[in-house]
Design a protein around this ligand. Sequence first.
Ligand code: GLC
Length: 721
Amino acid sequence: MRLRFMAIVLFSVFFQSSFSQTDNAVEKRIQKLIKKMTLKEKVGMLHGNSKFYTEEIKHLGIPEWALSDGPHGVRAEMNRHNWKYTGQTNDSSTCFPPGTAMAASWNLELAKQRGIVLGEEARFRKKDVLLGPGINIIRSPLCGRNFEYLSEDPFLISQLSINYIQALQTKDVAACVKHFVANNQEENRFVVDVNMSERALREIYLPGFKSSIVDAGALGVMGAYNKFRGEYCTENDYLGRTLLRNEFNFKGVYMSDWDAVHSTEKATLAGLDLEMGTEKENYNDWYFADPLIKAVKEGRIKESVVNEKVANILRVMIKTKVLDPQTRITGSLNTKEHQQAAYRSAVESVVLLKNEKKTLPLNMSALKSVAIIGDNATRTHCGGGFSSEIKALYEITPLQAITNKYGKSMQINFAQGYEKQSHVVERSSDGQLNTDKVDWKLIDEAVAQAKKSDIAIVFAGLNHDFDSESFDRLHMRLPYGQETLIQEVAKANPKTIVVIIAGSPLELAGIESRVPALVWGWYGGMEAGNAVVDVLSGKEFPSGKLPFTIPVTLSQSPAHALGAYPGHDLKVNYDEDILVGYRWFDTKEIEPQYPFGYGLSYTSFEISNVVTDKKVYGVNDEITVKFNIKNTGKTNGAEVVQLYAGQTKASVLRPKKELKAFDKIFLAPGEQKTVDLKVKVKDLAFYDEKTSGWKIESGEFILYTATSAKNIMSTLAVTVQ
Ligand code: GLC
């Protein structure tokens, strides 16, 4: 026994030393390189020399550093010095469903898979940094970039981001988690000054970034455009030094968003490493170019501060083998496996919102005719959204999918139903929003097709004229008169199914009650059509859960209920504080259209015997909630069981409950499993502004085992001592 113990001790000492040795070796290598650099060469690494590259240092074997968007696919090649695509034909790539769709799967394995595939494709395209994931909190339903982000809940964001980043970085590609911090609206995004309590920052807006950096080891962080408490994020000492460098011990690269730098000295001293995208013709005029050299020469900036930045970049380069190309992963592009991963992601994102009278799944062999209606039946979406847009190798639309799969066995009657009326949401002379005009000619055609078909499927929702970077939506209604279309089609054919293709919340009250089945299909990426048709046909089953609350109306949403969006005079105060998303709806007891975490299945599940391992816990304990879950239906399915926790009597206002754990459990008919969900007692703490620290108060906590924020299967009281 002793011998074994000695062996373990020896191994761990060796391992520790070899581990720290590699770290030391890396640091030694960095210092050696820096010693050989001129100041000009150092500074040349701290700013772009084109849209997406930084300068090489040939004599030191340091190549240009290649950065590329985006979070759900490797973006097509841009010209070096303008925002146009090169138009080359070898830069198509795999396009995954964007952020909120990934989150809707609640499947951490799929987040990993996505990281692996994007890493492979980034490497094949010779990219060193992938500018994602985008993880800003979905605060307002109107934010144009919600589709690209993940959720309203920091825990769900953290779990997805950790798995995506860790996987991506195993492929010698650096992730760059963005946008640090509180870039939660596109309205005035370049200048809006975001203000919030320290508690809201710590409990809601920071956790995703902290997990990505501390738990996942993200090698890059992108500073947001907006101001935070009065100072631009990229020159904000609290963000760049206190939080990023000191608290998170971040040793990677802190880069700016494109054209988000506003100073030389302030940004340099606030911890920013890399200036990208500045809109100045001559790269030498950029803040981190000649002005920085000048600042060093005039003694306003110590050269050691420049060295620290170069060291951060070299550290990431070394960790991703940029300096050791011979051993680096070469990657792969547009493989069948990659496309299959995109398909799986799309399938598992589909959320079944309503399914009365077993309308779904459709019995395709019994159907003789189907009306396929709506602009989103034929519209492709991969190529939209601005910086996260992807030139997908292909994109299957719902109409193509249903035609490919069932065109021979049934009559497919297509009708446009509604159409995209304008790229920019303009107001017509009478102040009406253009997109609210109803096109009765198109509706009549659609009604005619619906009348003569066994069933009608309306592919409705939004597109990247609304879900897009650089502007927010003006309202939450279905644009282009879709509500009227759906009401008319449903009158013509009671068997009307609506599939919403969109990336952010919409008002659904006007259609929900008119149709027997309602499905949220998201922007499903390149395999969108195949995925959603396979779920409708029952070849696959719906297992998605909403990653955000869908309010009945915009005014229910906290930021809007409090008039705290988009702010006044370029300043926005997050008055809802920690009550974001379901935290608000729960605590204010407001009934949303559909709650966070909601999604139905084609089968049914029974959750029973929910127990905790103890009744009383110490602050360093971990709580285990154990339960049985059985598939009591006739078809395969997966249930996402969510564990929320709420403190019964707290000294401060706390949300009724907060998500602390979840698991997605796949079960065949009749199959049952015993599942454990774990939460550390310390994770039940709240951020105490009085002591500027996390505080866990003794007393009763309620553990909610649920299948949505509203559908609670069990509540268990435990005591924290
Ligand atoms: C954009 C976006 C950012 C993107 C960058 C490069 O403006 O805010 O997410 O990665 O610029 O395209």
